[in-house]
Design a protein around this ligand. Structure first.
Ligand code: AMP
Ligand code: ZN
Length: 508
């Protein structure tokens, strides 16, 4: 039985294709099938890339909260993504392999693992499938063979898709701008500027590390083809939702749609709803992977920030708004997370079983059996009006095109509500956090201390110094106490006497 109540708000999502907020209506009853364009694994992901997966994760968690059985696919692009969208550039992985004089497969493995480690650190749930592009090359060739006679033509450099053969090419891009079709014609002989490579032939006399035989010569698949094929193979057309960053609205997704139309002999796009997260921006160019030290999650961690502070920072903004990264903003998110964790730990620690007079929560038709047993109460639970009101508000904020910013404030309201039994409060917070994924009940205050990697002092040394200082103060030896404080300050430790959050000290 779905967790969501029978009178829950319908899930409304912004469809980039129609530019409208639409009610989610699953293709298959009770199921939600979602495809998310994955990373190109030629380098580490930057935190902007990770915003795309935090967004897709919140979408998936919301679908689960609503009671849908979720099948989520995220691909790994290990071949086919060129350095230039106009089909003229090199394969990003081939280029990285050449520069580093390494095997492409090693490069792909290394950066896929780095990406997965960021996925884990950000508490992003594992999808049902991580589909790796190079595992699907035979299916890609079959797909291309099926669409080639009516929709493709061959040039010296490979097989190209003729965008004039499908109805309304580029409608997705036109949803925001007309620029989609004004690209430079970089490949000689293309019939339309927007035509794109389905199969890229290896130029004669060259060999690529990744290449396969095909009816169009030895070579490699085009990037757009990969996502169409993996989406179809794992989810079937049409599936429910296709997601990606907003840059994909311009070229990658219009091209996927064109292929899907060709494959299905239909004008339909292959997915009912196309959703796009807006960009994380950073004014000084630190997001660019070519700019030396760029904003990787590991950099945030090395500077002492817990990765879930970054997740909260993303969730505080609507996914369709541009979000500007700043260290101050990240610091503010960390402080907010600390406050939540401290409050939650207060009531989680002393959650004693309910007494008979406290069974005033959750109307029984609103909560499933699993919830009842998880609070270990044999009798009917009823949510007080106030908690029920917040429960509904949480549900309706997420149902309103994933308004996580409001949902977080509702969680904070539950945390602060007077006269609610701790067991119920904890249960409701747990339930809310299953959607937000902030790890509130698993984190401790100490996890959230700022701890830069290059600090000149360890935490144990700080704690020992503070113990000595405490002892000195107890003996009214303020000279020693001040000296210890100064010593710590010289090593970058700020002693925080009287801090309202009880942090005691901060590094960096
Ligand atoms: P890539 O590895 O370049 O294919 O990108 C992986 C995902 O990150 C794609 O969905 C992109 O649209 C998305 N993306 C790229 N840059 C940003 C950014 N600055 N903010 C948010 N999403 C981004
Ligand atoms: Zn894709």
């Amino acid at each position: 039985m779905p967790l969501a109540m029978s009178d829950a708000a319908p899930l409304m999502l912004f469809n980039s294709l129609t530019r409208k907020i639409e009610a989610f209506r699953p293709v298959h009853d009770g199921e939600a099938r979602v495809y998310t364009c994955g990373p190109t694994v030629y380098n580490y992901p930057h935190i902007g890339n990770m915003r795309a997966y935090v967004f897709a994760d919140v979408l998936g968690r919301t679908l689960s909260w609503k009671g849908y059985k979720l099948t989520h696919v995220i691909n790994i692009t290990d071949v086919g993504h060129l350095t230039d969208d106009a089909d003229a550039g090199e394969d990003k992985l081939e280029k990285a392999a050449k520069e580093k004089a390494q095997s492409i497969w090693d490069i792909a493995k290394h950066y896929t693992e780095a990406f997965w480690s960021d996925i884990e650190a950000l508490n992003i749930r594992q999808p049902a499938h991580w589909s790796v592009a190079t595992d699907y090359v035979p299916q890609m060739i079959e797909f291309a063979k099926a669409i080639a006679p009516e929709h493709c033509y061959e040039l010296e450099s490979g097989l190209y898709f003729d965008v004039s053969t499908v109805a309304d090419y580029g409608r997705l891009a036109r949803a925001i701008t007309d620029e989609g079709e004004s690209r430079i014609e970089a490949v000689e002989g293309k019939r339309n500027a927007a035509d794109f490579a389905i199969w890229r032939k290896t130029p004669s006399g060259e060999t690529r590390q990744m290449e396969w035989d095909s009816p169009w010569g030895r070579g490699a698949p085009g990037w757009h083809l990969e996502c169409s094929v993996m989406g179809e193979a794992l989810l079937g057309f049409p599936f429910d939702i296709h997601t990606g960053g907003i840059d994909h609205r311009e070229i990658h997704h219009p091209n996927e749609i064109a292929q899907n139309q060709a494959f299905c002999h239909s004008d339909a796009s292959g997915a009912n709803i196309w959703m796009h997260n807006n960009f994380l921006v950073e004014r000084t160019g630190k997001m660019s992977k070519s700019a030396g030290e760029f904003l990787r999650l590991q950099l945030l961690i090395d500077k002492g920030y817990h990765p879930l502070a970054y997740r909260l920072m993303c969730l505080q903004a609507h996914y369709r708004s541009e979000l500007e990264f700043s260290w101050e903003g990240l610091g503010a998110a960390l402080t907010r997370l600390k406050r939540m964790v401290i409050s939650v730990s207060r009531f989680a620690d002393n959650a004693s079983p309910l007494g008979p007079d406290q069974m005033a929560l959750i109307p029984d038709d609103t909560i499933d059996q699993a919830t009842l047993s998880s609070v270990r109460i044999g009798e009917t639970l009823k949510l007080s009006d106030k908690v029920k009101e917040l429960w509904d508000k949480f549900d309706s904020s997420l149902s309103d095109d994933l308004n996580s910013a409001v949902a977080i404030t509702v969680l904070e309201e539950v945390v602060a509500l007077p006269n609610v039994h701790n067991l119920i409060r904890r249960e409701v917070v747990d339930r809310f956090d299953q959607v937000l994924g902030l790890g509130l009940t698993g984190l401790t205050r100490a996890d959230l201390r700022i701890r830069p990697k290059d600090a000149a002092i360890t935490e144990a040394e700080i704690e020992t110094a503070l113990e000595r200082r405490k002892a000195a103060r107890a003996e009214k030896d303020f000279a020693t106490s001040d000296a210890i404080r100064d010593e710590l300050a010289a090593k970058g430790v700020e002693v925080m006497d009287g801090d309202p959050l009880g942090w005691e000290w901060r590094l960096g």
